[in-house]
Design a protein around this ligand. Structure first.
Ligand code: GLA
Length: 380
């Protein structure tokens, strides 16, 4: 793990090491930047970051998965993985939490990259804990939301991805055994306990697309357009698209262009599904919860157009498997993972069947994770 790598790469041990989990979003996809609801879980995959400050202004990074990178502390973003660490360092500098010095950083972990499981946010949040720890200014328990906010600012500012707040909050504030019901307009969190008999099965389809590629930005812009068109048609300014109710959409059919209407239909109906899903989980009605997942997938595929063939294949295959309650793509889309909610003890058979299904279609090995809900990031 990184502390060993750190010593062999940089000649002596790190001053601090931190870990951050990955996250799986159960439901509420592409709602966070529209002020909607999401229900992510911090999961049992992790990124570890170890750090030691230097006497100059150079930042040197090694990552088992991402390779080596180097930059000056105040240089602009370079488009590589070190940006996520340097962006966080800029925020910590602004908050006077770390000294204006370069640092050495080693990263390792098992959160697959660009797979919709938030490897970038895990790197950013773990970096915040490690950097503050190395500077002797460790974050306290009550500062978890502050860490999420600063990692989010680093991502939207320095890195330049206009993402919502879901990933950083899930990773900084995760609770063992729980999903987090996140209201992204009010920025409020409520833990929702996951029933014991539920297994989160995640299949990595092996298809990749980076958030920097531009499709994500396009969806964010389309939602802005939908909000503006709806605001002028209603004669009241909407602060975000989630202030619209799904029932209001038929009345706006002529006012929104067809594409904006479909994007708005996804966001508004997805918000409802998050509420229904959380209620069903709390009532122990796992069948109803599972149905919401299938509906979410359909909406993401048809109205939001972010699914991809391998995900559609796995979601369809799930419908015939004993023990699968529901399935959908998870994360931003255009590649990455599918989530399958499975009732114990069917998880092993389901995993084998889904992998075999995809391997036949892709003729490449497929990775499948059985994940549990864990606590948020921490300094080790
Ligand atoms: C990415 C972003 C999140 C969120 C999801 C889609 O993970 O980082 O903020 O928008 O996509 O739900």
């Amino acid at each position: 793990m990184p502390s060993f790598r750190f010593a062999s790469e940089f000649g002596s041990p790190p001053a601090a090491e931190a870990r951050a989990p990955g996250r799986v979003n159960l439901i509420g996809e592409h709602t966070d930047y529209s002020g909607g609801l999401a229900l992510p879980v911090a999961v049992s995959l992790e990124t570890r970051v170890s750090v030691r400050f230097r006497s100059d202004r150079t930042v040197r990074g090694v990552s088992r998965e991402r390779g080596a990178a180097r930059a000056e502390l105040h240089a602009p973003a370079a488009g590589d993985w070190l940006d996520h660490v340097r962006g966080v360092a800029q925020e910590l500098l602004r908050a006077r939490r770390i000294p204006a010095r370069g640092f050495d950083v080693a990263v390792a972990g098992d959160v697959p990259e660009d797979a919709g499981l938030s490897s970038s946010a895990a790197l950013a949040v773990a970096s915040a804990y490690a950097l503050a720890g190395a500077a002797g200014a460790r974050f306290r328990e009550h500062e978890r939301a502050d860490v999420a906010e600063l990692a989010h600012r680093a991502e939207t500012g320095f890195v330049g991805v206009p993402c919502g707040i879901m990933d950083q909050y899930a990773i900084a504030c995760g609770e063992p055994g729980c999903a987090l019901l996140l209201d992204c307009a009010r920025v409020e969190l409520r833990p929702v306990r996951l029933p014991e008999e539920l297994t989160l099965l995640v299949v990595d389809t092996g298809v990749r697309r980076e958030l920097r590629d531009g499709d994500y930005q396009e969806r964010v812009a389309e939602c802005q357009r939908a909000r503006e068109q709806a605001s002028s048609a209603l004669g009241r300014p909407l602060a975000n698209l989630s202030e619209l109710r799904v029932e209001e959409l038929p009345g706006l059919a002529g006012a929104l262009d067809p594409l904006a209407l479909r994007r708005a239909r996804h966001v508004t109906s997805e918000n409802q599904r998050v509420e229904r899903f959380a209620r069903a989980l709390e009532a122990g009605d796992l069948e109803a919860a599972g149905r919401s997942l299938y509906e979410s997938h359909e909406s993401l595929a048809r109205d939001y157009e972010v699914s991809w063939p391998e995900a559609d294949l796995l979601v369809e295959a799930s419908r015939d498997l004993a023990g699968v309650l529901g399935a959908r793509m998870t994360g931003a889309g255009w590649g990455g993972c599918t989530l399958h909610l499975v009732r114990s003890p069917h998880q092993r058979d389901c995993a084998a069947a889904l992998c075999a299904h995809l391997e036949r279609a892709r003729s490449a090995p497929v990775r499948c994770f059985q994940l549990s809900a864990v606590g948020g990031a921490e300094l080790l």
